[in-house]
Design a protein around this ligand. Structure first.
Ligand SMILES: [Mn+2]
Length: 358
């Protein structure tokens, strides 16, 4: 049977509840008051910390936001029903952009990448007589290659005394990495992956955000800017962009790690440019180096050495951005109508004279 409580008992039991409720209410008002007035009710010395300023981070964020509104960019509206180029492929079937003139607006690209304060590494190999190409490469890179960005050049050479001094712009640095010489040019090419990988692991992971590995026997002729930045970047070889895949000079012997069957392949990519986020270039160089070592054990050398292994890698790990042949041209070819700008191109040279033991 339920116990009946007299009104007196209820009052007695309810009193502590009322007192508690009153205390909570007063406490809440006090807390709100203290929060808003930034004052203490009891006499505790104000600002016992040496710095009485409120945290500055919030104010900086607000300032940046107002600033970016007031200086927002003006540019032509992107047109949903119009492709920027009708004569070339601008996106791959795996939705990676192919960078051609007309597909990007540098002012928008720079407004996205400049505030990130990115560090971009560039490796070049100048072994033997190839040191003669360093000067032209660097001088033209200073005019066209990621101008306005923080760039570290890493020059791998067996002749550090032959590296010319070239005036570099602000935030641009150069490191010389001395390496031993191999005699066959094929061997020089094969060792490149190993050396880039070792240098990435020794220092580049700490020094750069992106890495672009370029051939040194090249010159920049036009803008080669932040539109090239992406997770994993390949350049379409200027010699094969119109050819069917069966004509690509892939390694066709199944015994090689670089083997690509006749009915496979997207593009033929050039070995003269590998790029992307440092971790992705590390994974690429590690895989290619291991594949080259396995081939060596099996006494097989891929048709185009590291370029063959690179093409196998990009077939299995699709690049997130592709550079059109504007970004890697060959001066022995006539300029064609789809090429609006030659941005970076081979130096005409006598291979028999500069290559060791051809
Ligand atoms: Mn080359």
């Amino acid at each position: 049977m339920a116990q009946q409580l007299s009104p007196g008992t209820m009052l007695k039991k309810g009193r502590p509840c009322l007192v508690f409720g009153f205390t909570v209410t007063v406490g809440m008002f006090t807390a709100v008051y203290v929060f808003h007035s930034n004052r203490t009710l009891v006499s505790v010395p104000k600002y016992t910390t040496p710095n009485p300023e409120p945290a500055p981070i919030q104010r900086e964020e607000v300032a940046v936001r107002i600033d970016s509104y007031s200086t927002s960019l003006r540019y032509p509206q992107p047109k949903s029903l119009m492709s920027p180029r009708s004569d070339v492929m601008t996106v791959t079937p795996w939705l990676a952009p192919v960078v051609w003139d007309g597909t990007f607006d540098s002012s928008i690209i720079d407004s996205l990448y400049q505030p990130q304060n990115l560090r971009i590494g560039t490796t070049v190999f100048a072994i033997g007589k190839y040191t003669r190409f360093i000067k032209g490469f660097l001088e033209t890179a200073e005019k066209h290659f990621l101008v306005g960005y923080k760039v570290n050049y890493y020059i791998f050479t067996d002749k550090p005394e032959d590296v010319p001094s070239v005036a570099l712009g602000p935030q641009r640095n150069l490191s010389v990495i001395t390496v031993s010489k191999f005699f066959r040019w094929q061997e020089i090419s094969m060792r490149r992956m190993e050396r880039i990988l070792n240098t990435i692991e020794e220092r580049l992971l700490k020094e750069v955000d992106y890495l672009y590995c370029l051939d040194v026997d090249m010159l920049f002729h036009n803008h080669w800017g932040a539109e090239v930045l992406s997770t994993l970047v390949a350049a379409i070889h200027p010699g094969y962009y119109k050819n069917p895949r069966e004509e690509f000079p892939y390694e066709r012997r199944p015994a090689s790690q670089a083997y690509v069957p006749w009915d496979q392949g997207d593009f033929y990519y050039a070995g003269a440019m590998i790029g992307g986020l440092i971790e992705n270039v590390r994974a690429l160089t590690r895989t290619c180096h291991q594949a080259i070592l396995i081939d060596k054990q099996n006494n097989i050398e891929a048709a185009w050495q590291e370029e063959s292994h690179l093409n196998k890698y990009f077939l299995q790990h699709k690049p997130t951005k592709l550079l059109s042949p504007e970004y890697l041209w060959d001066d022995t070819k006539p300029k064609l109508p789809e090429i609006h700008f030659i941005r970076f191109s081979t130096v005409l040279k006598n291979y028999a004279e500069v290559r060791e033991n051809v």
